[in-house]
Design a protein. Structure first.
Lengths: 146, 146
DNA sequence: TGTAAACTCTATACTTGGTATAGAGTCAAG
DNA sequence: CTTGACTCTATACCAAGTATAGAGTTTACA
């Protein structure tokens, strides 16, 4: 099958498929006489596997590692598990970060409930004063913000 | 003050400061006779403000908008508030996404508790079977995963 | 005064995970 | 036989910086 059909079947764009080939996630396929890429069913399966991993937010390098491990059925799956574990950890951290950010934003936002002029805007004042505090202070409390 | 001192005071790298100048977040400063950038205290304050906004995960374009709004005290602060509101929304979505991802990952991970061989690894089998389901099915349930 | 270290300058390339183009060649239908 | 759909390579672009080379400048110390 040619790349357009493969793209339609996987839901990936043609450029993305070529990009994965360049990144060695997907083996370079056979070519037709006119130099068109010609894919097997295996390529389709591989791409769906990759797509699934990307949906889990794995990086291309991580996916490459998993694919290499998977290539030999006698390998230990240890580093696949390690990769997933690290991922779970990373995402947990990111969620915590975003929640903290959310809290700060909501608190800042509450400083200006109505549309006012810039000079009266509590949101801008907050942004300013936090910045100033970070400039002059070295105590722990403001370090937390800065 | 020269760029090195400004970098030390703000905690930003020299390259980042020059990068912000190129992106028009920070006005191009005066130059010394030997073409070194020479910054005022205002530049320091501006950079701290920018840093604060970046810590809130605002994009450079958003910060530019806020800075432009802030530049005229008689302006309405409406779009500052809109920017923050949109941000809060974006982060909420992102947190929801990450939580869903986390759930999927944990569930997949539970399929292989011990280090086994690749061919026996439940994690790999799960990744495979989800990918295959997405390949052949068009019903709503598997769409949710794919 | 000499010189070596530390600083600064511009310009360019690299990162991640793609997306978007130009310009050329190929294939199928009418 | 030509038009439109498809494919090819190569290159540039996105965010938000980071890293480098190679050149010039300033500062500290002997």
């Amino acid at each position: 099958m040619k790349i357009g059909l493969l793209a339609a079947k996987t839901g990936l764009s043609i450029q993305t498929i070529r990009f994965y080939e360049r990144k060695s996630l997907l083996a370079a396929p056979e070519r037709t006489a006119s130099n068109y890429r010609s894919y097997s069913e295996d390529a389709l399966k591989q791409l769906l596997f990759i797509k699934q991993c990307r949906a889990l937010d794995m990086t291309i390098e991580e996916i490459k590692l998993v694919l290499e491990t998977r290539a030999n059925p006698e390998n230990s799956c240890e580093n696949v598990n390690t990769t997933i574990d690290k991922h779970v950890d990373d995402i947990e951290h990111r969620i915590a970060e975003l929640k903290a950010l959310q809290g700060t934003l909501v608190s800042i936002r509450s400083a200006c409930d109505h549309n006012k002029k810039v000079k009266e805007c509590g949101v801008l004042h907050q942004l300013d004063s936090i910045a100033e505090a970070c400039s002059s202070n070295t105590d722990n409390e403001s370090q937390l913000i800065c």
